[in-house]
Design a protein around this ligand. Structure first.
Ligand SMILES: *Cc1c(COP(=O)(O)O)cnc(C)c1O
Length: 428
């Protein structure tokens, strides 16, 4: 494959955009080489600026769950665009998508739309703090909740109690209100709550972690969090930006039958346009302005094009009885195929999967938290990534990312991918 034009475009982009990209993971820092510039996408395929076709396992990091340029979504956007693209005034469409989302997701009475997953998580935390009148939150190492200050926190040296900023620009004052815990470790949460009595507003978690590869919650872990939250007046926030409308109609809440107090959405809910949302029962949501004292706003929130795309997407996912089952079956087929060829070729690996989220780690130990996710062999991953690209298969350019399966993938695409992995893994 040739990447001449992509390389040229990247060089031009670097002159005017920091690192040449508008979001860091796109820059290929973890795998080396130059990013591939996309020209168009259709169904399961990406077409790049050099004319290469790639089978897409990222799907814009999740939103394109039904494939690229999905006709009902594209039509909804184009029809709406002709009627004006933004008003800063309410539209009927906002109520329609809100009502549909509420009907699909367990335990929520009201929902507010924002423009990204970052905004959704940031607002969910502010709401939790306003509701409980407490300041501190607990987050898990390796879980990603967007780039707002409270979440850019790493484990402090030595003491587990206080986090420290993991980006310049995040103040120590902000960091001290975010406590860090290890994923799948209830004892850790227990200790943090005991050390900070009546101070913790919320625990925020990816109910299936997807930002350190895919890590499923251990048996009883989510229920344990629910119980600890109930016993201590803490709100449980499920960040379902990745899992929402992907693992089931009602997301991880439905899959694991655990109710969160506040749920954050993004990715799929916008059908490929910039949308996030957060939702809860009325008692909590009524704390938001203009009804309550907790301030949150957005000039472009509920934008008609974004709402039209999201509504068309949710309608399809809601109507199609078998879509989540199909996604599960396709991903299970892919998993079995990958296991086969990696084992046959003597590659050391661990595969984690929940529904249509899957990740391959080049390490044989169980991957259950951030620490174990970091043990994978990065050199193998680099070779794996570039080998697959050369075969026409695009996975995330980082070992810490989940692959997102779309329903546009056919079994021929999956077989092609498994054959490519067979070929590439011989040279690992
Ligand atoms: C992608 C993601 C976010 C951030 O969403 P943006 O739209 O990129 O701001 C937050 N939480 C999770 C779990 C995500 O996967």
């Amino acid at each position: 494959m040739l990447y001449q034009r992509s390389s040229q475009l990247f060089a031009e982009a670097e002159k005017v955009i920091p690192g040449g990209v508008n979001s860091p993971v796109r820059a290929f820092k973890a795998v080396g080489g130059t990013p591939i510039f996309v020209k168009s996408a259709q169904g399961a395929y990406l077409y790049d600026e050099d004319g290469n076709r790639l089978i897409d396992y990222i799907n814009s990091w999740g939103p394109m769950i039904l494939g690229h340029a999905y006709e009902p979504v594209v039509n909804a956007i184009t029809e709406k665009a002709k009627l004006g693209t933004s008003f800063g005034m309410p539209t009927e469409l906002e109520t329609q998508i809100a009502a549909l989302a509420i009907s699909m997701v367990p335990g929520i009475d009201k929902i507010r739309f924002v423009n990204s997953g970052t905004e959704a998580c940031m607002s969910a935390v502010r709401l939790a703090r306003g509701f409980t009148k407490r300041d501190k939150i607990i987050k898990f190492a390796g879980c990603y909740h967007g780039h707002s200050d409270s979440f850019l926190i790493q484990a402090g040296s030595g003491a587990i109690t206080f986090g420290t900023p993991n980006s310049p620009g995040v103040t120590a004052g902000t960091a001290k209100d975010t406590l860090l815990a290890a994923y799948n470790d209830l004892g850790n949460i227990h200790d943090l709550i005991a050390a900070n009595p009546n101070e913790i507003a919320a625990i925020i978690i990816e109910p299936v972690a997807g930002n350190m590869g895919c890590i499923p919650p251990a048996e009883g872990f989510l229920q344990g969090l629910r119980d600890l939250c109930d016993a201590n007046g803490i709100l449980l926030i499920f960040d379902e930006v990745m899992t929402g409308f992907r693992l089931a109609r009602g997301g991880a809440q439905e899959l694991y039958n655990i109710k969160a107090d506040i749920v954050a959405f993004g990715k799929v809910i916008g059908g490929g346009l910039p949308v996030g949302a957060f939702a809860a029962r009325a008692e909590i949501m009524n704390h938001l302005a203009p009804l309550g004292p907790v301030y949150q706003a957005g000039t472009l929130s509920g934008n008609p094009l974004a709402m039209a795309a999201g509504l068309a997407m949710l309608q399809k996912l809601n109507e199609d009885e078998s879509v989540f089952k199909r996604l599960e079956e396709k991903t299970a087929y892919l998993e079995a195929g990958i296991r086969n060829v990696l084992s046959e070729n003597g590659v050391v690996y661990t595969i984690n999967r929940v529904g249509s989220m899957i990740s391959v780690h080049f390490d044989e130990g169980a991957v259950t938290d951030f620490k174990s996710a970091g043990k994978g062999d990065n050199e193998s991953f680099r070779k794996f990534f570039h080998g697959l690209v050369a075969e026409g298969v695009y996975i995330a350019p980082s070992a810490y990312e989940t692959w997102f399966i779309s329903d546009a993938l056919t079994y021929e695409d999956l077989d092609f991918t498994i054959a490519a992995i067979d070929k590439v893994s011989k040279s690992l």
